[in-house]
Design a protein around this ligand. Sequence first.
Ligand code: 5GP
Length: 181
Amino acid sequence: MALQTAVHPALSRVLIDEATLSARIKELGAQITRDYSGKRLMVVGVLKGSVIFLADLLRALGPEVDVETDFVAVSSYAGKASTGAIRTLLDLRHSPEGKDLLLVEDIVDTGLTLTALTETLRAHRPNSLEVCTLLDKPECRKTPFQPKYVGFKIPNEFVVGFGLDYDERYRQLPCVGVLKI
Ligand code: 5GP
């Protein structure tokens, strides 16, 4: 039976439906499995937006990869314009030194958060550090940051669902949609 995504009343439209998300995450999982085959991979979810994507991505990784999971949480410093400075709210439990690290994020917008976060993590001297994001808004970039693994490139619209929130709401939606304004 085909999956049907009912449009939530808070959405003006569904941008990426459940079946499309699921198929693409399986592809990303297969690609990451090929790239890290035989290696020890530390998959690090950036809280909170990545959790739904991360849960699916982890289950799409094959047994060829030895996977360890951890989380980080950061917040941008409040202010009118984003400076790109971040504050670490939750740090890695174990040192990533000498490990292959894959940072999993929900969306890259300006790129400022991930530029700062990857710089912070590189200081811990991982063997390698790459980023996998479910969504990418390349038009909005304020830094040349380019994630290696991208689920979907999307236009410059505010989206919610599949882990992404508006004021902590709508993370539970099974699709990615554009919020009604
Ligand atoms: P960046 O530093 O790349 O501008 O910020 C990325 C963060 O901004 C994401 O982790 C997310 O929290 C937030 N963000 C950017 N665009 C959107 C969007 O369209 N929807 C939601 N819900 N959050 C967004």
